[in-house]
Design a protein around this ligand. Structure first.
Ligand code: PA5
Length: 447
């Protein structure tokens, strides 16, 4: 069976250079596995794939079935790590025009609580007006403003449309075991709940019910997703030699490029628009994990070939502070060949009979050669196919590499103290009770 592979551009970081990191990388891996590194109280994700049991799968699948049987639309409420993993997987596996499908096996999944836009919430509520809908409300802390605000609006709407008793059945809460407003509310209202364990941070939670329940509700095979992740868990495990450990290799190459070659920005590249949100998930994972202590690669992303016509110029000839990591899919799921045209007015007959993917792959190869020639080092993560299993491999690969990479950089990859700064100011400006001192201080600043 094929698996995900990682390739790095030898002209930018040599094999010998990578080998020099062996001891350091192995120390980082041991620190993760022995729980002796920074943020060691947030390592619950490390053995998560291999530890999910039949009872947990069944509970998630039964809840998904209930939502599928009763809802045309399910609203997933959450922000950051509480929605990006689910959206990444659902978008990657869904038909590109999913929302236009008339005949559906599963509810349409829409998202809320990931912004505070009044227009977004108005338009969502208008859309839901004549729909049978349910809610999966996700917040680990149970106190985040964006999802709490969206939940207040949508809970009220659901109760008005379907009655309180039915709404109670169609709201699922995923939150802390005992703390937070969402836990309190869920217990008072009698909602079905799932727990996010204390030792798993939001951005590492895609393989908990946070990601698995929305993904199962959208009709995808969570067992395959977890099986792929479990394979990668052992494939990149503590016993895997450094030379064969894909996660360690990726972590090392990106740190070498950042720390020794001045490549401060990593651009995650895809050649399939379905992967757009995989990049968004990856950006959060690496941005929140490494961007601290005034250090960290800036994670950016582009969708090619689309963005070759917007960002291509900058990437080819702008400041030489970037490198790329390309997610490449070996085989597409569908077949489409270029037709022959007798008139050939568009001059495309030289492509007649070729698969569209062959054209895409030549664009991918041509871009890689051009960018390497232009001093943009290229790394590649190759997936055999786009399906649940390989997405599971991909998610775990990036999670494990992120932990190793954060330790190589010398930061705590599992906290996010910087996220609090905007919240404090927002609460002060909104005059939230308990923030009186901050309100006074910020008003002074604004004078
Ligand atoms: O990765 C993280 O920890 C964050 O992005 C959180 O997921 C995000 O801030 C949402 O937090 P919560 O789930 O507590 O509402």
């Amino acid at each position: 069976m094929e698996h995900i592979q990682f390739f790095s551009d030898k002209s930018s970081v040599s094999k010998e250079k990578i080998a020099e990191y062996k001891e350091k990388a192995n120390q980082c891996i041991s620190a993760l596995h022995e729980g002796t590194g920074k943020g060691n109280d947030f390592l619950g994700w490390l053995h998560l794939p291999s530890s999910i049991d039949e009872t947990q799968f069944a509970e998630i699948e039964n809840t998904a079935k209930l939502l599928q049987d009763s809802c045309e639309v399910v609203v997933v409420i959450g922000i950051g790590g509480s929605y990006l993993g689910a959206k990444a997987v659902i978008d990657a596996l869904s038909n590109s025009l999913d929302w236009l499908q008339k005949v559906r096996k599963s509810p349409i999944i829409v998202y809320a609580g990931h912004n505070i836009s009044e227009d977004y919430l108005f338009e969502l509520q208008e859309f839901l007006k004549d729909k049978k809908f349910g809610i999966i409300s996700i917040s680990k802390s149970g106190t985040t403003t964006e999802p709490a605000l969206a939940f207040r609006l949508l809970k009220t709407q659901l109760e008005e449309q379907q009655g309180k008793a039915q709404a109670q059945k169609l709201i699922i809460a995923i939150t802390d075991r005992s703390k937070g407003a969402l836990r309190k509310l869920a217990e008072q209202e009698g909602y079905k709940t799932f727990v996010i364990e204390d030792n798993i941070g939001g951005r590492y939670s895609v393989l908990t019910p946070v990601g698995l329940l929305p993904i199962a509700t959208a009709g995808f095979d969570i067992r395959q997703l977890v099986a792929g992740a479990a394979f990668m868990e052992s494939y990149c495990g503590v016993e895997t030699p450094f030379e064969k450990n894909l996660a360690a290799q990726y972590a090392v190459v990106r740190n070498e490029l950042y720390q020794q070659k001045g490549k401060k920005i990593e651009i995650l590249v895809n050649f399939h628009p379905k992967l757009h949100y995989v990049s968004e998930w990856w950006k959060q994972l690496y941005g929140e994990s490494e961007g601290k202590d005034h250090k960290g690669i800036f994670p950016a992303a582009v969708d090619f070939t689309t963005d070759l016509h917007s960002m291509g110029q900058w990437i080819q000839e702008g400041e030489r502070s970037i490198f790329e990591t390309v997610i490449s899919i070996k085989k597409p799921n569908h077949l489409k060949t270029v037709p022959f045209d007798t008139e050939n007015l568009d001059g495309l007959n030289y492509l007649a009979g070729k698969r569209v993917d062959e054209v895409n792959k030549m664009a991918e190869l041509g871009t890689m050669i051009a960018h390497v020639d232009g001093d943009v080092p290229n790394l590649k993560v190759e997936m055999p196919k786009l399906n649940e299993y390989y997405l599971g491999e991909l998610l775990y690969f990036f999670e494990k590499a992120c932990g190793i990479s954060g330790y190589l950089l010398g930061v705590n990859p599992f906290d996010q103290p910087g996220v609090e700064a905007y919240k404090k100011n927002m609460f002060a400006l909104l005059e939230k009770p308990g923030f009186e001192k901050e309100t006074k201080a910020i008003m002074e600043k604004l004078k």
